[in-house]
Design a protein around this ligand. Structure first.
Ligand code: HEM
Ligand SMILES: *[C@@H]1O[C@H](CO)[C@@H](O)[C@H](O)[C@H]1NC(C)=O
Ligand SMILES: *[C@@H]1O[C@H](CO)[C@@H](O)[C@H](O)[C@H]1NC(C)=O
Length: 340
């Protein structure tokens, strides 16, 4: 027995050291730049029990607040889910979208239809009373997006906590978030740059099963597609007529899921198969061979969608999180970086 362990030890230790110090197995003369200590990825430091001792009621307070606000205004459920996406899509899930100073992401033109900031502020002020300087704005937004999904009829999942809030937010980065005119290659690239794959793209786009868009996102589709002065041929003709009636001005609102606009279901995917997807990017998911199989799978097997949605939302919430001791802070007010 002893001998076995010793042999294993001798075999494994040099192997581990070489991975830790990035030594090459041949030559053993590392370049200086290749010496990198092996750290766990930042999201590995998140945990479901993160606030269990420091703020045990955190999740309860968040879900009660979200429920109360959504009861008064159901359109806040999709708004909060989108706000979380826009946070994570730019500089990771660090609440940079909530910073409200001149030149921040939130002040950019591309952010003008984002909503739900007051709900997050209300949750934060309650949490500051119960457990001051403990729960980050990034964690609040992540949990609120989960609670909003559940309230709209979607699945529940456990949210790992421990994100810290960033100190930087740049207006010019707000336009990195796709706005509905991209091709599938661009969308895949955008998601991959954030550690999300094609399945995550199709799954998370399923958030468009609830919520609305301003007509500005689709004016080209209904009047002048691709500079042709004709509508997008991938639009169902009856749906086209409806959209032309609903979209008189660019700021008019249309449902992202025309059939069941307030229910978190798989109708979004069946819509794509019937050419009644709202955004050009939605509809393209069914015309591109890389994404269409997932659309069909979700349209026909709702359970696949809800279980994968939970998985992909956890992945989205883990994008470029700040978790190390020397990174970020716990903001006192989600609108501003701490002063001291
Ligand atoms: C795949 C790329 C995506 C594109 C191109 C896109 C684009 C858009 C656009 C153009 C709108 C309407 C904005 C407006 O005019 O007011 C919108 C709304 C929305 N998006 Fe996305 N989105 C994408 C991905 C996502 C993801 C990953 C999520 C969540 C995980 C999400 C959640 C939402 C929700 C819930 C709304 C409705 C907001 C409301 O009703 O207030 N989207 N999206
Ligand atoms: C897709 O969009 C990217 C970025 O806008 C562009 O460079 C590329 O040519 C487009 N690809 C196709 C197939 O249209
Ligand atoms: C849009 O226009 C570009 C160039 O004008 C063309 O290559 C492309 O195929 C068009 N797309 C569609 C869907 O018609």
């Amino acid at each position: 027995m002893r001998l076995h362990y010793l042999t294993l030890f001798l075999l494994l230790v040099p192997l581990e050291l070489s991975t830790i110090y990035g030594l090459s197995t041949q030559g053993n003369v590392p370049k200086k730049s290749s010496i990198k200590p092996l750290l766990p990825p930042p999201e590995a430091l998140l945990s479901i029990g993160h606030y269990h001792t420091t703020c045990p009621d955190a999740e309860g307070i968040i879900s009660q607040k979200v429920a109360a606000w959504v009861k008064k205004d159901p359109t806040l459920a999709p708004a909060i889910i989108r706000l979380h996406f826009h946070d994570c899509a730019v500089m990771g899930c660090d609440a940079s979208i909530l910073l409200n100073h001149p030149g921040s992401e939130r002040t950019a033109l591309e952010s003008r239809t984002l909503r739900g900031f007051q709900l997050i502020d209300d949750i934060k002020s309650e949490l500051e009373k119960k457990c001051p300087r403990t729960v980050s704005c990034a964690d609040i937004l992540t949990a609120a997006a989960r609670d909003a999904t559940l309230l709209a009829g979607g699945p529940f999942w456990e949210v790992p906590f421990g994100r810290k809030d960033g100190k930087i937010s740049l207006a010019r980065e707000a336009n990195l978030v796709p706005h509905g005119h991209e091709n599938i290659t661009a969308l895949i690239t955008f998601f991959q740059e954030r550690g999300l794959d094609i399945l995550d793209l199709v799954t998370l786009s399923g958030s468009h099963t609830i919520g609305r868009s301003t007509c500005s996102s689709i004016m080209d589709r209904i009047y002048n597609f691709n500079g042709t002065k004709k509508p997008d041929p991938s639009l169902n003709v009856f749906f086209l007529k409806l959209l032309r009636k609903r979209c008189k001005r660019v700021m008019d609102l249309v449902h992202l899921d025309v059939i069941t606009p307030r229910t978190f279901d798989t109708t979004y995917y069946t819509n794509l198969m019937r050419k009644v997807g709202l955004l050009s990017t939605d509809q393209s998911l069914f015309s591109d061979a890389r994404t269409a199989p997932f659309v069909e799978a979700f349209a026909t097997q709702p359970f696949l969608f809800t279980s994968q949605f939970s998985v992909s939302m956890v992945k989205l919430g883990n994008v470029q999180v700040l978790t190390r001791p020397n990174e970020g802070e716990i903001r006192v007010n989600c609108n501003y970086v701490n002063t001291v």
